[in-house]
Design a binder for this molecule. Structure first.
Ligand code: ZN
Length: 385
């Protein structure tokens, strides 16, 4: 299976001549998009025609570079490890520029389309790379197996906990992504403000000024959270352990509501704008890229079950959880996470084929030709600017 990811690179140590060439190409593209006749590298022109159908007046568009025209080389020169050749008009074969990527570019990665853009006076090149990744099969459970459970919730978008020694030990509990709520709240207030001021075409105004920023910020938070989890799995793998990432994903949240809370607009909005789908996608792609098994589990009842004694005789209050049988009081999201992990463990111990063979249902593991995969790759590009 082929997986894509975007490597962010910054173009560094530009000579004056190269800077001028890149700037000419970049600004000529903007003028070209507004219908002017300019000198532009022909393939860059074609790419622009393909990708940019609607042109907004006050927006700058990146140069989309066709994959066969971009070259990436590892040279280990004094100023930079990596060099790329960017096609521009007026220089045959393009210009070689030094780049600093945010992660190593390995020789087994296939270079795909890339985007060159300018921000705050500096040039960045986002290279999409692709590699053939094998879907790893979870091995029978041993003492080396570490289950990394991620529960996706509302108050704590990403809760993760590691189960060691076949679930006997819990380690490294993390609550991540809480900032998502404040970002959302902030933008909601702004939107309300717009409504009150009676700005003409308020919806368009919101779309143009706020919508992108909000999702970019949310994506950024989620990327960081999921990256942290996958990096941890990577380290564990390197140390000789066998990490398995499992996540449950709020299947019925859209129908259910929190007990004691009215079904009102505010709560509806909170639930329906939850980034759970994004989190799952990000986790799956990032984990598969590192060849760590990822398993989605149906987490029915996991939020109501007591992880310690297994009873359903429990009470859920806002963020906490209390077991009426054994008296356990616990964080609600964490209780759910442990239950998901325990569920996977019991499946694995019983070696029930349905879960033991990696559940790479098409929904989670088919980026090829999947429009959402493409979209998420694009979002990745946008969100990390
Ligand atoms: Zn209990």
């Amino acid at each position: 299976m082929k997986i894509k990811k975007t490597i962010k690179t910054k173009i560094v140590y530009l000579t004056k001549v190269k800077q001028r060439l890149l700037e000419e190409e970049y600004y000529n593209l903007q003028r070209f998009l507004h219908g002017e006749k300019v000198k532009l590298y022909s393939a860059n022109k074609q790419q622009a025609k393909r990708f940019y159908k609607k042109i907004k007046p006050n927006k700058e568009y990146p140069i989309s570079i066709r994959k066969d025209l971009l070259k990436v080389e590892k040279r280990n020169t004094k100023i930079a490890e990596y060099w790329t050749k960017i096609p521009v008009a007026g220089r045959r074969g393009g210009v070689w520029v030094a780049v600093k990527p945010h992660c190593p570019i390995e020789p087994d990665m296939e270079i795909c389309e890339s985007k060159l853009f300018k921000k705050n006076g500096e040039f960045f090149l986002y290279i999409t790379v692709q590699k053939e990744a094998e879907i790893p099969k979870p091995q029978p459970i041993t003492n080396k197996t570490i289950i990394i459970v991620c529960d996706i919730g509302e108050a704590n978008p990403v809760v993760s906990v590691e189960l060691w020694n076949q679930g006997k030990k819990r380690k490294n509990v993390q609550f991540q992504g809480r900032d998502v709520r404040s970002v959302r709240a902030h933008y909601n207030n702004l939107k309300k403000g717009v409504g009150r001021k009676k700005i003409k075409h308020a919806i368009n105004w919101i779309k143009e000024h706020l919508a992108n920023k909000e999702s970019r910020k949310v994506n950024d938070i989620l990327h960081k959270a999921t990256r942290k989890i996958v990096n941890r799995a990577k380290i564990l793998k390197r140390c000789g352990y066998e990490p398995v990432i499992v996540f449950g994903g709020l299947k019925n949240v859209r129908q259910s509501r929190i007990k004691g809370e009215a079904r009102c607009r505010k709560n509806n909005r909170k639930i329906h704008t939850m980034p759970s789908y994004k989190i799952k996608q990000m986790l799956t792609y990032k984990a598969l890229w590192e060849e760590v098994p990822v398993i989605p589990l149906n987490e029915a009842y996991t939020s109501k079950l007591c992880w310690r004694c297994g009873t359903l005789n429990t009470e859920i209050k806002k963020r906490s959880f209390r077991c009426k049988d054994c008296g356990l009081e616990y964080n609600r999201d964490l209780n759910g996470a442990i239950n998901i992990g325990n569920m996977l463990l019991s499946y694995m111990l019983n070696s029930k084929a349905a879960v033991n063979t990696p559940q790479t249902s098409p929904e989670y593991a088919a980026p090829k030709g999947d429009p959402l995969a493409y979209q998420s790759a694009r979002e990745e590009t946008l969100s990390e600017i």
